[in-house]
Design a protein around this ligand. Structure first.
Ligand code: ADP
Length: 335
């Protein structure tokens, strides 16, 4: 027995170094009468959007057009709409959001939000985590009683590695500056491509053997079997470009993109494994917008973790990979 309907929209932001992520809820709040008592229920949908941080004005225009946040409570002090926000941009663009949207950004810690987002997804969403081995995607059933501890590796512009022991219980134990920003930045310089998706597409079609120095190149086409290294293992990323009498223009953009993707993904997989080993963690969840559900990226990371751990540790990926921080800020409304 629904009494009244009111449109509501809730919004949370994660404004990172490269991308601004939005999670918003649109739906109805109805008042339902059951056994003579009235209670409110929410029905609706969660939406996910992203914008380049360098085009933050597009993000602002989108929020304005959709009237997101218009149902949020207002700050008593200044009468502005209070919106949860995380990432460095919550600080950097606080004034912009104040001027253009009359928002008062309620800043949440970035790591807190990443962890809250990951915990929420792993508990509340059925088919969220999956493994990716040999081209096969397989969803993992998460046992709630046996979820912690795990390593969360967020590959954004930079990379953070967080040991998670429970809700709100975590420590940022490692990281690397060789992350998504490095892949996208170097890739743009090397291939002159215009978008991240184009760079991924190029990498898909490339062959890294033209650019990377392989074990076989050093050993005359044979394996270094004593060390268990096959002839196709990469001995030196980009190592072949020094010996050949070639300049950048002589290389195919596809092959450069492929080598770069392998270099970055392998390196992150290896550091992640070493970090997991240091803390005795068997499960590693990878998030962040670098992954983009890209088969070759996930495959490289999975192989790196499998190879270095001799099959002991497992790489898992999250369906909402890029939205952990924004989701974490969103669920913090219920704190
Ligand atoms: P941050 O919070 O640091 O911006 P993200 O998790 O949003 O991090 O990931 C940013 C990275 O995602 C980029 O460095 C790039 O590697 C990758 N990426 C994926 N899609 C895009 C895109 N459309 N534009 C730019 N970078 C993208």
């Amino acid at each position: 027995d629904a009494q009244s309907d009111s449109q509501i929209s809730h919004l949370a932001l994660d404004i990172g170094g490269t991308l601004a992520k939005l999670v918003y809820f649109s739906g109805n709040k109805s008042s339902v009468k059951a056994s003579g008592r009235s209670r409110s229920i929410l029905q609706g949908k969660l939406h996910f959007s992203k914008f380049e941080t360098s085009k933050i004005d597009d993000c602002v225009a989108f929020i304005k057009r959709k009237q997101l946040g218009s149902h949020h409570p207002k700050d008593l002090g200044n009468d502005r709409i209070v919106v949860k926000a995380t990432g460095g941009g919550a600080f950097k663009f606080a004034d912009l959001f104040k001027e253009k949207l009359d928002f008062c950004l309620d800043k949440e810690d970035e790591m807190d939000c990443l962890v809250a987002g990951a915990n929420f997804l792993l508990k509340a969403v059925d088919q969220e985590a999956f493994t990716y081995i040999g081209g096969q995607k397989e969803f993992v059933k998460i046992n709630q009683d046996d979820l912690y501890p795990f390593l969360l590796v967020n590959i954004g512009s930079g990379v953070s590695m967080i040991k998670v022991d429970g809700n709100g219980k975590f420590e940022r134990v490692s990281g690397t500056s060789l992350g998504g920003g490095t892949f996208w930045g170097l890739g743009k310089l090397l291939t002159k491509c215009n978008s991240f998706d184009e760079l991924l597409e190029l990498s898909h079609q490339g062959n890294n053997r033209v650019v990377d120095m392989l074990v076989g190149d050093i050993y005359g086409g044979i394996d270094y079997s004593k060390m268990g290294l096959s002839s196709t293992a990469i001995a030196s990323s980009f190592g072949k470009t020094i010996s050949a009498n070639k300049v950048l223009e002589n290389y195919r953009a596809e092959d450069l993109a492929r080598s770069l993707l392998r270099m970055i993904s392998n390196n992150i997989g290896q550091i992640a494994y070493l970090t997991a080993l240091r803390f005795g963690l068997k499960r590693i969840f990878f998030g962040g917008f670098f992954i983009r559900g890209h088969a070759y990226t996930m495959d490289t990371i999975s192989v790196a973790v499998h190879y270095w751990s001799k099959g002991d540790a497992q790489a898992m990926f999250l369906r909402h990979e890029g939205f952990l921080g924004a989701l974490g800020a969103f669920v913090n409304y219920n704190k």
